[in-house]
Design a protein around this ligand. Structure first.
Ligand code: MRU
Length: 349
């Protein structure tokens, strides 16, 4: 399986996703500020992978903090604040930081040294759990896939966006493992090209048939009957089922609705933010306009022309056919089904 991120004795090792598919280079980070920068600069990206990276960064950070418990607690809180600021939309980041902070609160009475080790163990546990959760989600989602199907996906919600196996692409993998004949249409996903660079790379790696399309081809493909279903991931799902995901997802959902094509979202319950009543409460990350205006070191718009870059959009729950989690398949009314699934996940945890 593709290794996105790993805890090693040398530090936190991540596959540098900025360089794929041309180069497969692993970077090792030994300082939490480097992990924060790696998350911000998209060395690692995708909500669940960001969560695991944040947990590992927090475990790394604990190693260098004060030996005095009260100072340790304070410094750990500050580190958490800096980690949270790395990327605002993916709620898995907040989920991971909070989980590490709760652990500190629970174990600091035992002393700073055992707490440091417990934080490493917890981060590694979260890594393993994420893969298991994705496999469960995959199995739940595979049941929704016809025996032979063309699945359109946007961005990369695969092994690269998680600790392994993937969310949306986990559904594709599980459907294939169940003997179904699946093929994928991958939106290229301007401007960072997660679909073109990452989704095609990992599907090709695993021998899953995949065709790249530019973002503006999705409607045409649907109109011609070439798409059976859409499956995407998410960075944050509000309590009412509104879904934040990579910019362009909303347009795909509207097109799917127009053509009567099911639009599924695959995401772990850690992506559900019950504190956000609706999509309006989800912060949308605004990234540098240069990331849109400059393509592989070439400026594609005249100097002085501005470019907008909201990195995510919100798909209203009315456009979502179902939300696939590790707990099952949630359907409208999402206020109830998502709350139930989150409660079940919490009980298991
Ligand atoms: O900016 P990115 O690449 O981090 O955005 C990633 C996405 O939008 C994914 O679809 C989402 O995080 C789900 S990943 C399983």
């Amino acid at each position: 399986m593709i290794k996105t991120i790993e805890w090693t004795d040398e530090g936190v090792v991540m596959l540098d996703q900025r360089l794929l598919p041309q180069e497969e280079i692993y970077l090792t980070f030994t300082h939490p500020e480097e992990v924060i920068e790696a998350i911000r600069d998209l060395v690692i990206r995708g909500a669940p992978a960001i969560g695991v990276a944040a947990a590992m960064g927090m475990a790394l950070g604990a190693q260098g903090l004060a030996d005095d418990p009260e100072a340790f607690r304070r410094e750990y809180q500050d580190l958490g604040e800096r980690m949270l600021a790395a990327r605002p939309t993916a709620v898995n980041l907040r989920w991971a930081v909070r989980r590490m902070q709760v652990l500190v609160d629970e174990t600091l009475a035992e002393g700073v040294e055992p707490t440091r080790q417990r934080l490493i163990d917890e981060a590694c546990l979260m890594h393993g759990e994420d893969i298991e959760i994705n496999r469960a989600m995959g199995r739940n989602g595979a049941a929704l896939v016809p025996e032979s199907a063309c699945i359109l996906t946007h961005c990369n919600a695969g092994a690269l966006a998680t600790a392994g196996y993937g969310t949306a692409l986990g559904v594709v993998r599980a459907a294939q493992e169940a003997g179904k004949e699946v093929r994928v249409l991958a939106d290229e996903t301007r401007p960072f090209l997660q679909g073109a660079r990452l989704t095609t790379w990992e599907l090709h790696h695993d021998g899953i048939p995949c065709t790249l399309i530019t973002d503006n081809m999705a409607g045409h493909m649907m109109q011609r009957g070439e798409v059976d279903l859409v499956v995407v991931g998410s960075d944050r799902i509000a309590a009412n089922g509104d879904v934040a995901n990579k910019i362009g997802t909303y347009s795909v959902a509207v097109l799917a609705k127009e053509h009567g094509i099911p639009f599924y979202v695959a995401a772990p319950t850690s992506t559900v933010d019950l504190e956000a009543p609706s999509g309006e409460a989800i912060p949308i990350e605004q990234r540098s306009s240069d990331e849109v205006a400059i393509l592989y070191d070439h400026r594609i718009v005249p100097e002085g022309v501005s470019a907008a870059y909201p990195a995510f959009d919100v798909t209203p729950h009315q456009l979502v056919t179902a939300i696939i989690t590790e707990q099952g398949v949630a359907r409208a009314p999402y206020v109830e089904s998502l709350a139930e699934q989150c409660a079940a996940a919490q009980q298991e945890g």
